[in-house]
Write a protein that binds this ligand. Structure first.
Ligand code: DGT
Ligand code: CA
Ligand code: CA
Ligand code: ZN
Length: 576
């Protein structure tokens, strides 16, 4: 077990906040705050000092009482005093304290006078003018608080992008793995299924017997926790500062597989599996698979599937979209993986709105082990991004040729992301499109046409023999913009007839083509290009987000053109 100085500091800072809300002695509050600051700045690990038996009171700002608390924290991983305070004071009050203009003292006032404990209750009090009538508040500060509240997203129905959850999820997992008594930590739910957006994060933990309380104490103490929603012996929930809710469950080792399966979901998949169990006269729940009261599986997920007579189903497929039948008939796809990718066919550079130069992008792609990339700048219509006209493009093509001469180990293809105009024409003349290695065509404007007009616009664009890849086909921006009204089934059929490839744009807020249509495209026989649309070298790493969506769309290596070696890939692009 390791207890970092930072964790002790965070615990002391929290104690200071809680004491202040309670209206405790200001000197005591200050002592904890000061100790937190000192620990935060110290470079020597306090944990080691404790183990060496050093005298902690020699640290500036640490008295006898605090020294003992630190020692206990290091040795047991718990701080009883903090736990006691937490059980006395509603955790939601701590969240209120973070609102500008509301320090601990004022939170204490609104709590005492109006009984307010949550953001929602505060909102209601402001709407009825109760805050401005409190002593020491006034209209001005009510206004300020009101504005601050409008910045806090309404958490109900708010789903975060998978990519935005990833960093927190893995640091939370790592943190828990280091806590006393913890044997295994797994992430489940929609996060594990790789769903585009996540409602809340589900974590399962196996712990040593007798450590349940300790694990729960560690859980609510994670540095990113903003408030504790509930705390029990096997189940707790918190909200992080990012507004992400995290649910933790402690599960038994012997039913770990069943718990993982149950809490990975989806609900629809679970129901399909349960139906199958009933047909087999089994009982299935989060503890195991039972036959006449006898447990026949549950320790591992693969054992569970085996007991059900199924092949193992990858989490990305668990949406009840045919995976159970496919698993029974042994025709599950061999899903694509990130290591299958040999190149990236959509990216921008500083020539238009990218942040890195051509040379930097090429070098970064080569470092990823890629064999080829395509540079696809915007065309003139996308003026905001500095889109290229014919002569600008020709000049840049010469620059790319020169760069290709210079660089070893990767081939740079000359491309364009040509705008599809409202009538379906392409934004650059055929005379220049024909001289490019690769032409991606995308809609950027007039995305609100009626479905028929939008569909015909895009089909008309595909009628141009120079268009080889259809970029981000629905135009959706997750949480920000609805997809266009477009008949994707017709688009995919039309792409098939014209040998057009469809892009799966890997930007975390696009993931466009959506997974269910990826599956349809593969069934119809339209190859997919998984492309990052990178605007910087770091963006190239988004390929993994695209691969997750591709896996959710049942895609195999064969379905995706940029898994192929260069010559084979270009051979799949339509001839013109
Ligand atoms: P989310 O959080 O909205 O992104 O989606 P999930 O899938 O993570 O859903 P969540 O967090 O409510 O529950 C996690 C998993 O637990 C869910 O995928 C399936 C399982 N589960 C929860 N409640 C039920 C239920 O009432 N019936 C069934 N069959 N499964 C459930
Ligand atoms: Ca969830
Ligand atoms: Ca949940
Ligand atoms: Zn675009």
């Amino acid at each position: 077990m390791t207890v970092h100085n930072r964790e002790i500091a965070a615990a002391f800072a929290r104690i200071a906040d809680l004491l202040e809300i309670r209206g405790d002695n200001p000197f005591r509050v200050r002592a904890y705050r000061e100790a937190a600051r000192v620990l935060e700045d110290m470079t020597e690990p306090v944990e080691r000092m404790v183990k060496d038996g050093a005298d902690l009171t020699r640290i500036k700002g640490i008295g006898k009482d605090l020294a003992e608390k630190i020692k206990a924290f290091v040795e047991t991983g718990r701080l009883e005093y903090l736990e006691k305070l937490e059980s006395e004071i509603p955790a939601s009050l701590l969240e209120l304290m973070k609102i500008p203009d509301l320090g601990p003292r004022r939170v204490a006032v609104i709590h005492k006078e109006l009984g307010i404990e949550t953001v929602e209750e505060l909102r209601a009090a402001i709407e009825t003018g109760k805050i401005s009538s409190l002593k020491g508040f006034g209209e001005k500060s009510e206004q300020k608080i009101f504005h601050a509240l409008s910045e806090i997203p309404n958490k109900k129905n708010h789903r975060m992008l998978l990519a935005d959850v990833a960093a927190s999820a893995s640091s939370f997992q790592k943190y828990l793995e280091e806590q006393p008594g913890v044997e295994r930590v797994s992430l489940a739910g929609s996060y594990r299924r790789g769903k585009e957006t996540v409602g809340d994060l589900d974590i399962l933990v196996i712990c040593r017997e007798g450590f349940e309380e300790t694990v729960m104490a560690s859980f609510v103490r994670f540095g990113e926790v903003a408030r504790v929603l509930s705390r029990g012996t096997t189940k707790s929930a918190v909200v992080l500062r990012s507004t992400l809710q995290v649910d933790l469950r402690i599960v038994e080792r012997s039913s770990y597989g069943s718990a993982m399966h149950y809490f990975t979901g989806s609900r629809a998949h679970n129901i399909a599996i349960r139906k199958l169990a009933v047909q087999n006269k089994y009982k299935i729940n989060e503890y195991g698979v039972f036959e006449e009261g006898k447990k026949i599986a549950g320790e591992t997920e693969s054992g569970l599937y085996e007991a059900m007579g199924l092949r193992y189903i990858a989490p990305e497929l668990r949406e009840n979209l045919g995976e159970v039948e496919a698993a029974r008939e042994n025709r599950l796809p061999r899903l694509i993986g990130i290591s299958d990718i040999r190149g990236d066919l959509h990216m921008h550079t500083t020539r238009t709105d990218g942040r890195n130069t051509l040379a930097e992008m090429a070098a970064a792609a080569r470092d990823l082990g890629y064999e080829y990339i395509a540079i696809t700048e915007h065309s003139r219509k996308v003026a905001m991004a500095g889109g290229l006209d014919e002569s600008g493009l020709r000049q840049y093509m010469a620059v790319i040729d020169a760069e290709n001469e210079k660089i070893d180990g990767i081939t740079i293809l000359k491309g364009i992301e040509v705008d599809i105009l409202p009538g379906g024409e392409l934004d650059l003349p055929d005379s220049v499109l024909r001289d490019l290695d690769i032409v991606v065509g995308s809609v950027h404007y007039q995305q609100r046409f009626p479905v028929r007009q939008q569909t015909e616009r895009v089909i008309r664009a595909m009628d141009n023999p120079h268009l080889q890849i259809l970029g981000h086909p629905t135009g959706r921006l997750l949480n920000r913009r609805e997809p266009m009204d477009i008949d994707l089934e017709r688009i995919i059929e039309a792409a098939k007839e014209r040998d057009v490839i469809i892009e799966l744009n890997a930007q975390p807020d696009r993931l466009d083509l959506p997974h269910n249509y990826c599956k349809l495209a593969a069934e119809i026989g339209v190859p997919i290009a998984v492309s990052t649309d990178a605007h910087s070298t770091e963006n190239l790493l988004r390929m993994k987000n695209g691969i997750t969506e591709a896996r959710r769309g049942w895609l195999t290596r064969q379905d995706v053109i940029n898994t192929r070696p260069l010559a084979e890939m270009t051979g799949m692009l339509r001839r013109r």
